[in-house]
Design a binder for this molecule. Structure first.
Ligand SMILES: *Cc1c(COP(=O)(O)O)cnc(C)c1O
Length: 383
């Protein structure tokens, strides 16, 4: 008997999360110089962190012998003021993935189920399966969530419904009124986890203060992160906002010191740097336009995206990805999401976006040249 047999079947069945390839790994594998590599694979902020966040994190380093504040008092106080919610409605996570995982551990178990969309964020099936609950995958509509079908898929044993808006990896976005209408119809026995990891990238007119729904929907848990627009992916910090009773349950399954001290300090400082957030938004909007136009020029179909990334339908994605890697460009294959013809590219700095477009153009041209050309009537010539 192998020790693997000791783990529950549902754990053994988990398809592990596939992260974007680190720059250091590609450099090692292909003997490339790290400086020349462009990574547009993990939806990171190409501006780096806010300088204020950086200084705040640095100021905590000397205190590393001490445990961080396990209650995250200062960061929660800031969030509470900014969002106009009680601190008891906030839970902090080691990235918002940690909050998603807490939700699964607090509300799911063998004999329960969770509903999510096809092509939804990979952490939903992983968190669901980890605790032995059954995942109910609802076919996507136009690459995005089909909310009506998701509601119909809810069973008596369903305890969680996972929604990302905008969704990753598709970038698809649903008008908030549709989410609100869903909340009105979902049974109160189902926790709706609304993942807003990319909310800061929405155009101002399309943003929504979903926290005001909490008074009406105690079964709503909103998750947000400092990893994307705030530029703190490496520190791991995010949060959940919900009814105090839901948050109380999450705190019971939370690791005692789940958010480290530099992360707590950096996140609090990042909240104050509105200028940085606006710069990140503007850079993304410009970079998105650049990528959309560049891909259209290459006759590559894209899925309209409201995030800081874009799905590009390149065809033989595995092969094209391998060719891009040889040219020092890291993007994200998404076959594990059932999107075999697509690559997901994160919006970078203008120069990085241009590097990607140039490399893709060369790769596509080489591929087209190597393909056997149709032979017009060649056979008939023998007759
Ligand atoms: C990136 C991302 C997150 C955030 O992950 P962190 O753990 O906060 O870094 C959450 N949800 C989705 C859909 C994401 O793409």
């Amino acid at each position: 008997m192998s020790c693997c047999d000791l783990a529950p079947r549902y754990v053994r069945a988990i398809a592990p999360y596939q992260p974007g390839k680190p720059i250091s790994e590609l450099a090692r594998e292909l003997g490339l110089d790290e400086v020349g590599i462009v990574k547009l694979a993990s939806n990171e902020n190409p501006l780096g962190p806010s300088p204020r966040a950086l200084h705040a994190a640095q100021a905590t380093i000397a205190g590393m012998a001490l445990y961080p504040d396990g209650a995250g008092f200062a960061l929660k106080a800031k969030l509470s003021a900014k969002l106009d919610v009680d601190p008891a409605q906030l839970v902090l996570g080691n990235g918002s993935n940690d909050v998603l995982d807490m939700a699964a551990r607090a509300f799911l178990a063998p004999g329960t189920s969770a509903v999510f969309s096809q092509h939804a964020f990979a952490v939903y099936p992983i968190a669901t399966q980890t605790v032995g609950a059954q995942g109910i995958v609802v076919p996507a509509r136009a690459w995005g969530h089909d909310l009506a079908a998701m509601r119909v898929a809810i069973r008596d044993d369903t305890r969680v419904l996972w929604i990302a808006n905008p969704n990753n990896p598709t970038g698809t976005f649903l008008p908030w009124v549709e989410i609100e209408a869903l909340l009105e119809r979902v049974p109160p026995s189902v926790l709706v986890v609304l993942d807003e990891a990319y909310g800061e990238y929405l155009p101002p007119a399309e943003r929504c203060d979903t926290t005001r729904w909490l008074a009406r929907f105690p079964n709503l848990l909103i998750t947000r992160t400092f990893s994307k627009a705030y530029g703190l992916a490496g520190l791991r910090v995010g949060y959940g906002v919900g009814h105090a009773d839901v948050i109380d349950l999450l705190n019971r399954v939370r690791q005692p010191f789940n958010v480290n001290a530099p992360a707590l300090a950096a996140a609090a400082a990042a909240l104050d740097d509105r200028e940085f957030l606006e710069r990140s938004y503007a850079l993304n909007a410009a970079g998105m336009a650049q990528l959309v136009a560049g891909l259209a020029e290459l006759k590559v179909e894209t899925v309209p995206s409201k995030g800081n990334f874009l799905l590009a339908r390149v065809g033989d994605a595995a092969r094209i990805n391998a060719e891009l890697l040889k040219r020092g460009v890291i993007v994200r294959p998404v076959a594990n999401y059932g999107l075999h013809e697509f690559l997901r590219v994160s919006v970078g700095l203008a120069g990085q976006n241009a590097r990607f477009l140039e490399a893709l153009s060369v790769v596509l041209a080489a591929l087209a040249a190597s393909e056997p050309r149709p032979d017009p009537g060649g056979r008939k010539a023998c007759l």
